[in-house]
Design a protein around this ligand. Structure first.
Ligand code: PHE
Length: 484
């Protein structure tokens, strides 16, 4: 394993090229596992299944996979090679080519500031469910109103969120050393095995096979511009792209190792787990709620907390306690995946604040912890109806989001607005300013570049045009100028 952590370590400043012994993954697999630990999180287990359920199952899945192997591949190659070449995290990496490009790094760095607070809020929900399975009969947790009763106007939610943040901060303060990475390997395998077992069980529920068909067979009448926008945002979120993280991780990667092979492995791993999570949740949701349309209409952030408990309760056929055992094991694994990802998000915030202020790690941890807590509380107030969300939506003029929560709004802001913009600027920067050759040469330092043509065409033409067309179509559609 690497001598380093699964989280980005603070940038070592302004030393230019990466020849200075900065690379600190022990090898290719150190990088792959660290990146996978960051990538695999609530995005795969919580966000992917509800988006897939909402946007027509198979049609969403297909678009998502296509995006990962083309656009996602090109962007991940670009970011990690940029990091390896410059030996810097996002802001420094762009600055290395001229001061005026620093803005791209700054925008990228803003993204984790939006995501981390609401990520921690959901992390708190997961923590609550993990503990609930220890003390509350699974049949009670499976009740329809259990989840809404918990998240709406309930002071308890603040406590769970803060508990989750404290754990993240504690690990950050101790320094995330080898231990957590070793543990994450074991837990990742456990997660995969559990997910396979739970999906197999869900598929035995009456009606689940219809759900499986809904999930796997694309129905092109479900195709829409929102679907594509959602799939694109999810791809950035899940692969930890367009927010500078892969640049930082790339900066610790050895000049001798095969970058392309590693990027492919990370994508396969991350996408495999997302698909598996969908297998676990969507057929079960269709079975439990009686039909794909009902699921599509109701699918939202609560899907995981509403449907899976009903599935777990079904395990009681093997004894009253089974539902609790399976539920606990499952949420413990989700908790772990969320914790490792949140640690990597939090580390990113800390390194940005530290680089910007130069006041040291302890100071930066304190500032970031305070920030995440305060914004997290505000996001949670959206659920508590203590804060008028409608006002925000009126201000931003996004009528469709009127009924949603502040959480959805932050999620929308980062995944649908900021990340596509950062991705677009990154493509223009690499495709037209420094030229793809810089990245290609960097990759070729250590290996062949099989996807070179794909990379160049994607970065220069397809990806930027795609982002612009999709975003413009989406905005016009939302403003009802056109109907797609
Ligand atoms: N990729 C993580 C997930 O899918 C979220 C994340 C993004 C974590 C960026 C770290 C950095 O949950």
């Amino acid at each position: 394993m690497g001598q380093t952590t699964n989280a980005p370590v603070k940038s070592n400043g302004h030393d230019g090229a990466a020849s200075s012994g900065r690379s600190s993954w022990s090898g290719k697999w150190g990088f792959i596992l660290a990146a996978a630990a960051s990538a695999v999180g609530l995005g795969n287990l919580w966000r992917f299944p509800y988006l897939a359920a909402k946007y027509g199952g198979g049609a969403f899945l297909l678009v998502y996979i296509l995006l990962v192997i083309t656009f996602g591949f090109a962007l991940m190659m670009a970011e990690s090679a940029l990091g390896r070449k410059t030996g810097q995290s996002a802001i420094g990496a762009f600055r290395a080519f001229g001061k005026k490009y620093m803005i791209i790094g700054i925008l990228a760095s803003a993204v984790p500031f939006i995501i981390t607070p609401y990520y921690a809020l959901i992390g708190g929900w997961v923590t609550k469910y993990m503990f609930s399975y220890l003390f509350t009969p699974s049949s009670v947790i499976a009740d329809d109103g259990y989840f809404t009763g918990f998240i709406l106007q309930n002071p308890e939610t603040y406590a769970w969120m803060i508990a989750f943040i404290l754990m993240v901060v504690a690990v950050a303060a101790l320094g995330v050393k080898r231990g957590i990475e070793r543990v994450s390997k074991v837990l990742m395998v456990a997660l995969i095995i559990m997910a396979i077992a739970i999906s197999a069980f869900s598929l035995t529920l009456p009606g689940a096979l219809d759900g499986l068909a809904y999930y796997l067979i694309p129905d092109f009448s479900k195709f829409s511009v929102e679907l594509v926008v959602a799939a694109m945002g999810q791809m950035f979120f899940s692969l930890s792209l367009a927010m500078g993280i892969m640049i930082t991780y790339g900066s610790y990667f050895s000049k001798k190792e095969d970058l392309e092979h590693s990027v492919r492995r990370i994508e396969i791993f991350d996408t495999g787990i997302a698909i598996l999570a969908g297998m676990m949740i969507i057929p079960a949701a269709v079975a439990v709620q009686g039909g794909a349309d009902a699921v599509a209409a109701k699918a939202g952030p609560g899907l995981m907390f509403g449907v899976l408990p009903q599935v777990f309760n079904g395990f009681n056929f093997a004894g009253d306690i089974m539902g609790n055992i399976v539920g606990f094991a499952f949420f413990a694994l989700v908790f772990f995946a969320a914790l490792t990802s949140c640690i990597s998000l939090f580390e990113t915030l800390v390194s940005i604040v530290d680089d910007a202020t130069g006041r040291g790690r302890a100071f930066s941890i304190a500032v970031c912890a305070a920030f995440v807590t305060v914004v997290g509380v505000i996001v949670n107030m959206g659920y508590d109806n203590m804060l008028s969300v409608d006002l925000m939506y009126t201000l931003f003029g996004i009528g469709e989001y009127q009924d949603s929560q502040l959480l959805d709004f932050f999620d929308f802001l980062s995944n649908t607005i900021m990340m596509p913009i950062v991705a677009l600027l990154t493509c223009i920067f690499i495709g037209w300013i420094i030229k793809p050759k810089v990245i290609v040469d960097e990759v070729k330092q250590s290996s062949k570049f099989n996807g070179e043509k794909l990379f160049v065409v994607m970065i220069k033409y397809i990806a930027p045009i795609f982002v612009v067309v999709i975003l413009v179509a989406y905005i016009l559609n939302t403003m009802h100028v056109i109907t797609l």
